[in-house]
Design a protein around this ligand. Structure first.
Ligand code: T3D
Length: 270
């Protein structure tokens, strides 16, 4: 189901429900889906709705047109020389950080289907997702240094963990565009796929995840995200608690029954 704005304007984010899979499409193609306030509000609302919707068990975020997302819409940041400087900390507090936190906390998998260039906060939006598929023609650019900013939206945390500090420093300080295949090779993303196959591959992946034991995936997601900040002992304790919770879940009982009966399990996300 595509959403339309109230005045018949296309919504800055299209929402489509495909069974247990929710597809969110950034929809400002003329601006490479860069973020203005309307797109921020629409994406956060759609992410929150997907998180709260028990029938939704996996989410895909993609972009319309030739770009995935070019980060902040810089036409909203132009000011005359000597004009009052914006408080960018405020916009991070109000928009970017809550969005990235919501994706990372979502108790279900989020796939980024990167259809084209992902720059600035758009690149880090993709990297905040759990699985990143990218079209071979797509590229990732930490464009921030070109305008005198730091890599926000979790970039300074995520990049060194994904690609190592040395490479993270080069990619951010030099704003080097990373083509999708290179991004896969250096472990920045999960996979690069043919452009024509991107959406079919993303939907197949999303549908497979939407049939998986959702609670187990949610616990796995949170454990892996915290792994680099906890000690080994703390992680073992957290694994024990997660396993204790999951051992009481209906999906675990079904998984064991299905294995013993040599049949496919039917997981309900419970
Ligand atoms: O401000 C805050 O609240 C703080 C938070 C900041 C978060 C951030 O994301 S800061 C970083 C902002 N983003 C950028 O600096 C990226 C700027 N864009 C580019 O570097 C390039 O456009 C791309 C590498 C993304 C793509 O290059 P290319 O050659 O494929 O396309 P293009 O010709 O540069 O762009 C196509 C059109 O999109 C063009 O408009 P036009 O000339 O056809 O009317 C271009 O101006 C527009 N566009 C691209 N990115 C943005 C944009 N318009 C506004 N804001 C953009 N970010």
């Amino acid at each position: 189901m595509a959403q339309e704005g109230s005045a018949g304007e296309p919504s800055p984010v299209l929402v489509e429900h495909r069974g247990s899979l929710t597809l969110l499409t950034l929809n400002r193609p003329d601006k490479l889906n860069s973020f203005n306030e309307a797109q921020h509000r629409a994406l956060k609302a759609a992410v929150d709705a997907a998180a709260a919707d028990e029938t939704c068990r996996a989410v895909i975020i993609t972009g319309s047109g030739r770009g995935f997302c070019a980060g902040q819409d810089l036409s909203d940041r132009v000011r005359p020389e000597g004009g009052r400087a914006p408080d960018l900390g405020e916009t991070l507090d109000e928009y970017y950080n809550p969005l990235i936190r919501a994706i990372r906390a979502m108790p279900k998998p989020v796939i980024a289907a990167v259809n084209g260039v992902a720059a600035g906060a758009g690149a880090n939006l993709a990297l905040a997702c759990d699985l990143v598929l990218a079209a071979r023609s797509a590229k990732f650019v930490q464009a921030f240094s070109k305008i005198g900013l730091i890599p926000d939206s979790g970039g300074t945390w995520m990049l060194p963990r994904l690609v190592g500090e040395a490479r993270a420093k080069a990619l951010t300080m030099l704003a080097i565009p990373v083509p999708a295949e290179e991004a896969e090779r250096i472990g920045m993303i999960y996979r690069a796929v043919d452009d024509s196959a991107l959406m079919s591959e993303a939907i197949a992946l999303g549908e497979a995840l939407a049939k998986a034991p959702t609670r187990g995936l949610a616990e796995t997601k949170l454990l892996l995200q915290r792994a680099f900040t906890l000690s080994f002992d703390q992680q073992l304790d957290d694994e024990r608690e997660a396993q204790r919770r999951l051992g009481r879940s209906a999906d675990y009982a079904e998984g064991v029954r299905a294995f013993m009966e040599k049949r496919e399990a039917t997981f309900r996300g419970q």
